[in-house]
Design a protein around this ligand. Structure first.
Ligand code: PRX
Length: 692
């Protein structure tokens, strides 16, 4: 409970101090390029002057308040939202210590609200009905559309009315498998409006992955689209959904309705395969429904959505977020981490199929009444200047993307960037993986013309919103550091034994005490929630990431320390890829590790052992990769298959991944002790086969 923990909360504040000015080997933002010699980038005074947080002092002051009195801090902020009924007391309650019983986190319990109402109706009531909510940019140059807040509300209400009409009720699951059309945020908001729990599945997942998620959450309806064009390629989503629904039915989950948006720029209705009685064309039916729809008022702790993510075992985890805390947290982090002002035009390149698209395409921005760009296409189509073309077209002022995109555009040369004005940009953002200092500098110097602070936001599907993030204008920045904790967040770095490390240190990143946006459980598996996140270091939430803190208190994320890899910002469990590989009839065993990849951050490197007597061939390699594409999705396809007649194992049969990682990254002089292996000879054999 909250009162008792406030003394713990205080302890950390003292270790957080502003960097001593004497050590600032600094450049003023805009006065010089951020270069190798300068490890601090000071915000430009005119930026800071207009920022929500113009100085470290203001941040530190509020941070201290948020830790000393989280209940007071967050209820002041929550009061700015619309609540049908105010929350009860206490503002929050938590048990984050497995030794003290069931893990439990609740914020604003008893408060009655609706997040869709706060995104749309509340902004309209405040006079923003005619403000642009969405600028939609299609795959093809010149294909675009807009929706004002009023128009968005109408579309959301029509879909909400339809969903109610087919029997979707509060608490029912709805699966959404859609590309980045406006219909995707519309679908999320429509579910939220009627209290249904959406589960968006990224439209790059295969039918088998989609089916696995459908069987897990048993939706009343699947919302999809017949096809989409990404770059020059047409992807037939409806075929994937058809296969997924057939597979789900075999596994006992029959979905009665498949509402399909006709995206005729990619595929005509006539060419779309159709299951009579189950499939309904979105446009045909929704126009028949009224464009206003009463809100279903829900408790702050009622579920808002499920989002499946990868862990260290094969089965994806259904991360569950609830309504009130998530609403308050995403809105607040959005506003401060991007220094958002009502005149901004905001573009986040993430797909709504991932958490970034939930919190920072849809909910966070719309709760602030922001104008959001939604882009259907690919950033290198028709050429590598597309992003900056879009920035100029809509006068984007806040641009939020992933390091993998920065690195891939960096390789194409500055010309694609500098031929566009980009004058509208004022804040840049990065997410999904550590941003290496050279990519940071290119993003800062070339894209942002050395004017725009970069918010390198560290967070996770589980955390709902940013936990460690710069506040633009407040702090001097260090290229590659996510800087400091957001309000109310107490990151701690612990050693293997779970002891908190102070000052300059490196170890495992945990969080002490809850924050409003934290996930509440794994759907249908609270026990896995407790063991995965709260048992490794009792008393803390364990993120799965490594982190170091430097002498000035800046945080540097160093990547996952578990069997999760991060490929182009997509989170993939090595166990999932292994299970897809061994399902191939000719594969006996597989071990997958991540290796450094110049563009993707990490690449997927798979060691495979074949069934006795099967020869390794190029065709077999291709067919192994095909299995992964089919079972997970193209984004999880291994970059390298390494044929392994034997794998390095301990005498008890455990695969020594440490050795495999070294072989995969060709750090052969760092193999370490191989004497505990059951058959030390396999290591030399693997090295000999490395480039065959
Ligand atoms: O390893 C961290 C990395 O992405 C993981 C979370 O992945 P996911 O749940 O898919 O969410 C991605 C979008 C929030 C983390 O455990 N990660 C995310 N952001 C950063 C990061 N690593 C370093 N720096 C970041 N800014």
């Amino acid at each position: 409970t909250n009162g008792a923990r406030s003394s713990h909360r205080l302890r950390h504040v003292s270790s957080l101090a502003a960097p001593p000015p004497s050590r600032l080997n600094a450049v003023v933002l805009g006065d010089a390029l951020a270069s190798e010699e300068h490890d601090l980038v000071i915000p430009k005074p005119d930026f800071s002057a207009q920022a929500h947080f113009p100085s470290p002092a203001k941040y530190l002051d509020l941070y201290k308040q948020s830790i000393e009195d989280p209940a007071g801090f967050w209820s002041d902020i929550a009061s700015q939202f619309y609540w049908k009924q105010k929350w009860a007391s206490p503002v929050y309650s938590e048990n984050m210590d497995v030794r003290e019983g069931r893990i439990n986190i609740e914020w604003f319990k008893g408060g009655i609200t609706n997040i869709c109402y706060n995104c749309l109706d509340a902004n309209i009531a405040a006079g923003n009905g005619e403000k642009i909510a969405i600028y939609w940019e299609g795959n093809e140059l010149g294909a675009d559309a807009t929706l004002t807040y009023n128009q968005l509300l109408h579309k959301v209400c029509q879909l909400a009315n339809y969903l109610k009409d087919i029997g979707v009720r509060k608490g029912d699951a709805v699966v959404i498998y859609q590309p980045m059309l406006m219909e995707l945020p519309i679908a999320m908001l429509a579910c939220a409006r009627i209290g249904a729990v959406h589960s968006v599945v990224f439209a790059g997942f295969s039918s088998e992955s989609l089916s696995q998620r459908i069987v897990d959450c048993k939706p009343k309806v699947v919302l999809t689209c017949n096809a989409v064009k990404r770059g020059p390629k047409v992807i037939n989503l409806k075929d994937i959904v058809d296969a997924a629904l057939a597979e789900s039915a075999k596994n006992g989950t029959v979905v009665d309705v498949c509402l399909t948006y006709a995206n005729e720029s990619a595929l005509t209705k006539e060419s779309t395969k159709w299951v009579e009685g189950r499939d309904i064309w979105w446009q045909d039916i929704l126009s028949k429904y009224p464009n206003s729809c009463d809100v279903e008022w829900v408790d702050a702790e009622d579920p808002l959505f499920l989002l499946y993510t990868s862990g260290s075992t094969g089965k994806p985890k259904g991360v569950l977020h609830t309504t009130g805390g998530y609403m308050v947290y995403t809105a607040t982090t959005f506003k401060y981490a991007f220094d958002y002002k009502p005149s901004d035009v905001y573009w986040c390149t993430a797909d709504c199929g991932w958490i970034t698209g939930h919190s920072y395409v849809t909910y966070g921005p719309m709760l602030n009444g922001a104008t959001v760009v939604v882009f259907e296409g690919a950033p290198n189509y028709p050429d590598s200047g597309r992003c900056w073309d879009i920035v100029d077209k809509y006068k984007v002022s806040i641009f939020y993307t992933a390091p993998t995109l920065v690195r891939s555009l960096m390789r194409e040369g500055d010309e694609f960037v500098t031929r566009y004005s980009r004058k509208s940009l004022r804040v840049l953002g990065s997410v999904g993986e550590p941003i290496n200092p050279s990519a940071w500098r290119w993003f800062f110097n070339v894209v942002g013309d050395s004017r725009c602070p970069i918010s390198d936001t560290w967070w996770q599907t589980e955390t709902g919103g940013f936990l460690i993030t710069p506040l633009p204008g407040a702090w001097p920045q260090k290229p590659g550091s996510a800087t400091f904790p957001f309000f109310g967040v107490q990151p701690v770095i612990v050693d293997e034994k779970g002891a908190e490390l102070e000052g300059e240190c490196s170890g495992y990143l945990c969080v002490k005490s809850s924050w409003p946006g934290a996930f509440r459980t794994l759907y249908g598996d609270h026990e896995r929630y407790e063991t995965t996140y709260f048992s490794a270091f009792p008393g803390y939430y364990f993120s799965g990431d490594g982190c170091s803190r430097d002498k000035d208190g800046y945080h540097w994320l160093t990547g996952r320390v578990d069997d999760v890899i991060n490929v182009s910002g997509h989170r993939i469990g090595t166990a999932e890829v292994e299970s897809a590989l061994v399902s191939h009839p000719q594969c006996a065993e597989a071990a997958v590790v991540g290796v450094e990849h110049e563009v993707k951050g990490q690449g997927i490197y798979a060691f495979v052992t074949l069934v006795e007597g099967v020869p390794y061939s190029d065709d077999l390699r291709k067919s192994l990769i095909m299995n992964v594409r089919k079972q997970i999705g193209a984004f999880a396809a291994p970059d390298k298959i390494h044929w392994a007649p034997g794998l390095p194992k301990t005498r008890s049969g455990k695969i020594m991944r440490r050795i495999l990682r070294k072989i995969a990254s060709r750090q052969l002089d760092e193999l370490g002790d191989t004497s505990t292996l059951a058959e030390p000879g396999v290591v030399d054999q693997l090295i000999a086969l490395a480039d065959s």
